[in-house]
Design a protein. Structure first.
Length: 133
């Protein structure tokens, strides 16, 4: 909830970055992916279902929810972050280039902190494979 509050109160540039980070956070958790796999994701191999239904604020629990979330992200966040980007990377920076492993890791740590998650986890695989609540 804290991340959503931060998103709602942010300027447009920061809001887009935080929305991107929230999508990264949800995709990592639902697909059980680490930062390296997230940095390697591309637009063309990722989108299997472009029917978003406009529902970003879903819990991404049903089959197809992650694909719909990614479709929403591509239309509403990725394009405005860097409109002239020709990169095939799914997650891009403001420069239009794919985000690096270091950038994704740092952004996920920031999202965890802003979301108010206080419990220290022993490792990334521990967090990403833990059952969702």
């Amino acid at each position: 909830a804290h991340l959503d509050h931060r998103i709602a109160a942010a300027s447009e540039t920061v809001r887009l970055r935080l929305l991107r980070d929230k999508v990264i956070f949800l995709v990592a958790r639902r697909r059980r992916l680490g930062p390296s796999a997230l940095a390697a994701m591309t637009v063309h191999e990722t989108v299997r279902d472009d029917d978003c239904l406009g529902a970003f604020w879903c819990n991404a629990r049903r089959p197809g929810d992650v694909e719909r979330l990614i479709g929403w992200y591509l239309r509403n966040v990725r394009r405005p972050i860097a409109p002239d980007s020709t990169s095939d990377a799914l997650f891009i920076s403001r420069s239009g280039h794919g985000m690096t492993l270091v950038a994704i890791s740092a952004n996920l740590r920031y999202a965890v902190r802003v979301a108010g998650m206080r419990k220290r986890l022993s490792s990334w695989p521990c967090w990403s494979t833990r059952p969702s609540v």
